[in-house]
Design a protein around this ligand. Structure first.
Ligand SMILES: [Zn+2]
Ligand SMILES: [Zn+2]
Ligand SMILES: [Zn+2]
Ligand SMILES: [Zn+2]
Length: 503
């Protein structure tokens, strides 16, 4: 472990532009692993803990259709005709072509002699983030070396493959070593589509290294969350819950709604450690039952959860009848349920999926299970893009119901603020408002109807009186007519037919 003091000094240099004179954090020895970021005073939920800027940032260039972006400002360009005319093999917008950043990128890559400088090449564009480490100051590079790096067999592949795209790629061992190390540090601590570091459903399409954030350790119920500033790509880390002084600031490296076994496997494989947080030590995951399945005994209504053993294939226990099942047995149930729900999710009808989740899936899989949660999240996402074949009524009810389900799940897990929570709560509030408005409109309609009915009743009464009067008049006329001459022309008119029409 590199000493926390040296890490602090290098981080101070990196963060100097933010001029935070009284930071709420320090680098200290962590209870979770090695060193971590510790709160030096108590922090209120929502309060900013720190800001960080990217030490390295570049285009991720994972897909061919994302190659038409500027390698400096990272903005999308209208097409791929923006390759630098100097022959460095990088796409760059006309504004950034004159900037210092491109000058140093350009000189470096030109000296390596790209084979086809006029063609956007994802390997070269992707490598830029790594190659930029060569142009950093000594302190900045030391900071990269201060960060955790998983130096497995694969970390050299990227640079080795990139070498094939240049005529004079460096052979100097030191230079190659710096780039390989940077790849490993990026893979362990950086943001990239492949590293799956985003916990919050936020789109961050770049490859980037935020050094202070890189020191923040993992917890499956993180007490901090982050957002990015659009213009600068600076990161803002806030307290997700109240954090007492001396407590470690944590983030999550895994998706929030995966079960204990899947999270453990991911952390073991990708991050090389075993999480021992409070959620991981609880087979029910704080009563959220994200891995929960129904008991195999059809007479038992209990939920079955995996044992906390640290093994990839643990035994499972029914919380009701205490029956033990093997991992393979329970995986059969899980695979069946996942298959059934995914088949509906992959069909084109959103309405079918929603109806299936609302009416059918509960009979074979508990609604707390991650496959149901995932499906609900994808329904909400699809609804955001359009209603597809859902009626307005169904779309509204679904948004209301699912955003409530997910908010409740976050509450159960003890998860504080996050972008996802903000998003869900906003949706819930909007839908509740819409429902209240609809109820008010319905009540108004009813009131108007009642008013009309009262008026009609009044009219009926008036007519009744009128008819009665007319009848009396007719009777009188008849009496007087019997005395005088009978003249058919002055015979009383029949009672008006209006009564019938009104009714
Ligand atoms: Zn640009
Ligand atoms: Zn250039
Ligand atoms: Zn954990
Ligand atoms: Zn049971």
């Amino acid at each position: 472990m590199i000493c926390p003091k040296r890490t602090s000094e290098l981080l101070d240099l990196h963060l100097a532009p933010f001029k935070d004179k009284d930071p709420a954090w320090e680098i200290g020895v962590s209870k979770i692993a090695g060193r971590g970021v510790v709160a030096t005073r108590s922090l209120k939920r929502g309060e900013i803990i720190f800001r960080d800027s990217p030490l390295l940032i570049g285009l991720a260039a994972h897909e061919e259709d994302s190659l038409n972006a500027c390698s400096v400002c990272l903005k999308m360009l209208p097409d791929t005709r923006f390759m630098c005319r100097q022959g460095c093999g990088l796409p760059v917008c006309s504004l950034c072509a004159k900037k210092k950043q491109h000058k140093s990128d350009c000189d470096l890559l030109k000296s390596w002699g790209p084979n086809e400088p006029d063609v956007a090449n994802s390997v070269i564009i992707r490598l830029l983030c790594v190659a930029r480490a060569l142009n950093l100051s000594k302190e900045q590079r030391d900071l990269i070396y201060c960060l955790q790096a998983n130096l497995d067999n694969n970390h050299r592949t990227e640079v080795r493959n990139a070498a094939k795209c240049f005529k004079n790629f460096p052979t100097d061992k030191k230079i190659i070593e710096i780039m390989n190390r940077t790849v490993a540090v990026l893979r362990t601590n950086g943001f990239d589509k492949t590293t799956d570091r985003t916990n919050d459903n936020q789109e961050f399409n770049y490859r980037a290294l935020y050094p202070l954030f890189g020191v923040v350790n993992h917890d499956c119920i993180p007490n901090a969350y982050y957002t990015f500033e659009d213009k600068t790509n600076n990161m803002i880390v806030r307290a997700a819950v109240d954090i007492p002084e001396g407590f470690e600031v944590t983030t999550t490296y895994t998706k929030l709604f995966t079960g204990n076994i899947a999270r453990h496997l991911f952390l073991k494989m990708k991050k090389s450690f075993t999480c021992k947080c409070s959620r991981c030590s609880d087979p029910t995951e704080k009563g959220a039952f994200i891995s929960g399945l129904y008991c195999r005994d059809t007479n038992c209504t209990g939920l079955v959860v995996p044992e906390i053993s640290g093994l990839p294939h643990p035994n499972w226990n029914c919380l009701e009848c205490k029956q033990k099942s093997t991992h393979a047995q329970m995986m059969k149930s899980q695979d069946f349920a996942s298959g059934a729900i995914n088949a509906k999710a992959n069909s084109n009808s959103l309405r079918t999926l929603v109806q299936y989740l609302n009416e059918k899936s509960d009979s074979f899989i508990p609604s707390s299970n991650y496959v149901v949660i995932d499906a609900k999240m994808s329904v909400l996402q699809r609804l955001q893009q359009g209603r597809e074949d859902c009626s307005e009524e169904l779309a509204h009810n679904t948004r209301l119901r699912y955003s409530r389900d997910i908010t409740q799940l976050m509450d159960k897990l003890g998860l504080g603020d996050s972008l996802l929570r903000t998003h869900m709560e906003e949706m819930l509030r909007r839908e509740e408002e819409r429902r209240a408005k609809r109820l008010a409109e319905e009540a108004e309609k009813q009131r108007k109807l009642a008013e009309l009915q009262a008026k009609a009743a009044e009219a009926d009464k008036l007519l009744e009186v009128l008819e009665k009067e007319q009848a009396e008049q007719a009777e009188q006329d008849a009496k007087s007519g019997a005395v005088g001459t009978a003249d058919p022309g002055t015979a009383p008119a029949p009672p008006p037919a209006a009564t019938v029409e009104l009714a």
